[in-house]
Design a binder for this molecule. Sequence first.
Ligand SMILES: [Zn+2]
Ligand SMILES: [Zn+2]
Length: 257
Amino acid sequence: MCPRPAVSSPYIALSHGHMDHVGGLPYYFSQRIFQQIGTGRCVCHPDLAPALSTMMAAWGDIEAQRTPHEIIPLAPDEQIEIKNNVFLRAIEVSHTVPSLGFAVIERRSKLKEEFLGLPQERLRELKSQGVEITRRLEIPLVAYTGDTELGPYLYREEFAKATIVICECTFFEPEHRSRAAIGKHLHVVDIVRLLDVWESQAVVLIHLSRRTNLPEARRQLTDLVGEEQSARVHFLMDYRNNRQRYEQQLLEAGDPA
Ligand SMILES: [Zn+2]
Ligand SMILES: [Zn+2]
């Protein structure tokens, strides 16, 4: 799907080529042009890039016009700068087709410890002598798992240290563990292990199977990890609670809206 807020994003980070992920892509490209906000760019696994070009060529035939678009293959562990000092990095995960997770990483430079407290003048002097006075810090802002089974890649720094992790979790019922394994998806028992490692303020669960009963899923999670851990986990499709929380945040921020 291509929800309206997605159209304003200059980049799409596409995890893999299953229809439930890629179906909205041609519409995204087309809306970018229609609204005159610049050619859309889709970052994807290099194995998927040729097929996406073929798909867009087919849309050209269907609509009898070509929609400008940009497909950017990004190999695992490569990154591109999407804003000044902000990078999108591809992280290979494991699904039934080539699949990527992503991390948005801010790069900051920080004064090295041994130079802390020195006057500006001295620092300028050192710098002019070619001394490296800063070190580079990488701050993962958001990490996204894509569709994946559990694996060591989900324990990487980009996930462990991210402020927000967006995580697929397709199955909750105990009897669905084998279905999760066959489809190479995450099951709530995998989330339990990851919550121990991920330090994020919030974990947003997406991709729940359509039959999942939300209150029941919440109960399963809370039974497994306790109230405190459960409180930092949000379900993307829990519209009612998400709206309430959002309105509460607006209120706390003093927004009259
Ligand atoms: Zn998939
Ligand atoms: Zn999927």
